[in-house]
Design a protein around this ligand. Structure first.
Ligand code: F6P
Length: 327
């Protein structure tokens, strides 16, 4: 019987994590469960950084970016010793189950806790990358795309006025989701992502062709993890340097970086987080094991954690086709 649960956020923060924490805490209390917040994710779990949470602890956070529980990346948890320490803390504090809010790395930790140490876990997808299976969208991804788009709209003003090519780098080490979304939503001319090989020569040929027709400004989106052959230093810098070398056209580079992880969560992310927080508590109340919650076609979905971390398919071809038609 589950009486006391722990909740943590781990890995990269994502806007909407607070809304998820609030929902988990208040739904747990509604079901008469005790709830403990783990500070600094898995690292805090190992170090026994715990805080009892009440209804009031999560007041006025639904609209705040970041995570009140703080978060961290934790290599120590990858070791058996790190996991043993974490499990000792869980047992000592009589925590019956853990709600993990995070991305792939966080879910992998949940799988280890379940499979190696028999600790009940449920995952809530919180990452701007939208690379978790079993949900159409992860908490934070909508806000991140909107933040990046807002910046790109501003870049477009100066790109058009000064007739330049802008290469804009967005987040996504292993996934081109943000890049594809902002390319489509921001009307970019090209996009480079980890899931697709690209040819600089073809890109430059298209730029030169367009230039002959009188086209002067371009926005090219580069995902952080895009495959760029023989690259040195920042990817966007390298792409821009090579475009100028081949086309003799003027380029500028903008790396949007961590601004994409901050800010007020959009309505979509808050609502998603609130529904998923409640779904996660329901999963634990029903004694389901090693599950992750998500929403697909507006319906709550409960999938295995192992499925949730399997490679997510991005409809890359459809996106590229549309970008080509619209350019
Ligand atoms: O949280 C996901 C993410 O934002 C990726 O898109 C990015 O590659 C990575 O985190 C950056 O991580 P860090 O902030 O630890 O450098």
């Amino acid at each position: 019987m589950i009486k006391r649960i722990g909740v943590l956020t781990s890995g990269g923060d994502a806007p909407g994590m607070n809304a998820a924490i609030r929902s988990v805490v208040r739904c747990a209390i509604y079901h008469k469960l005790e709830i403990v917040g783990v500070i600094r994710g898995l690292s805090g779990l190992i170090r026994e950084e715990l805080r009892q949470l009440t209804h009031r602890s999560v007041s006025n956070i639904i609209n705040r970016g970041g995570t009140i529980l703080k978060t961290a990346r934790c290599d120590e948890f990858l070791t058996k010793e790190g996991q043993r320490k974490a499990v000792e803390v869980i047992k000592k504090n009589k925590i019956d189950a853990i709600v993990l809010i995070g991305g792939n790395g966080t879910y992998q930790a949940g799988i280890a806790l379940e499979e190696k140490w028999d600790i009940p876990c449920v995952g809530i997808p919180g990452t701007i990358d939208n690379d978790i299976n079993g949900t159409d969208s992860t908490i934070g991804s909508d806000t991140a795309v909107n933040t990046a788009l807002e910046a790109i709209d501003k870049i477009r003003d100066t790109a058009t006025s000064m007739e330049r090519i802008f290469v804009v780098e967005v987040m996504g080490r292993d996934c081109g989701f943000i890049a594809l979304q902002v390319a489509l939503g921001g009307g970019a001319e090209d996009v480079l992502i980890p899931e697709k090989r690209f040819s600089l020569r073809d890109m430059c040929r298209d730029i030169l062709k367009g230039n002959k027709r009188g086209k002067i400004s371009w926005i090219i989106i580069v995902a952080e993890g895009a495959h760029i052959p023989v690259h040195h230093g920042a990817k966007a810098e390298e792409i821009a340097r090579r475009i100028t070398k081949i086309t003799s056209l003027e380029t500028r580079v903008v790396v949007l970086g961590h601004i994409q992880r901050g800010g007020i969560p959009t309505a979509k992310d808050r609502i998603l987080a609130t529904r998923l927080g409640s779904a996660a508590v329901d999963v634990l109340m029903k004694n389901k094991r090693a599950k992750a919650v998500g929403i697909a076609f507006d319906k709550i979905k409960v999938v295995d954690l192992r499925f949730a971390v399997s490679k997510k398919h991005l409809p890359v071809g459809n996106f590229y086709r549309l970008i080509r038609i619209l350019t």
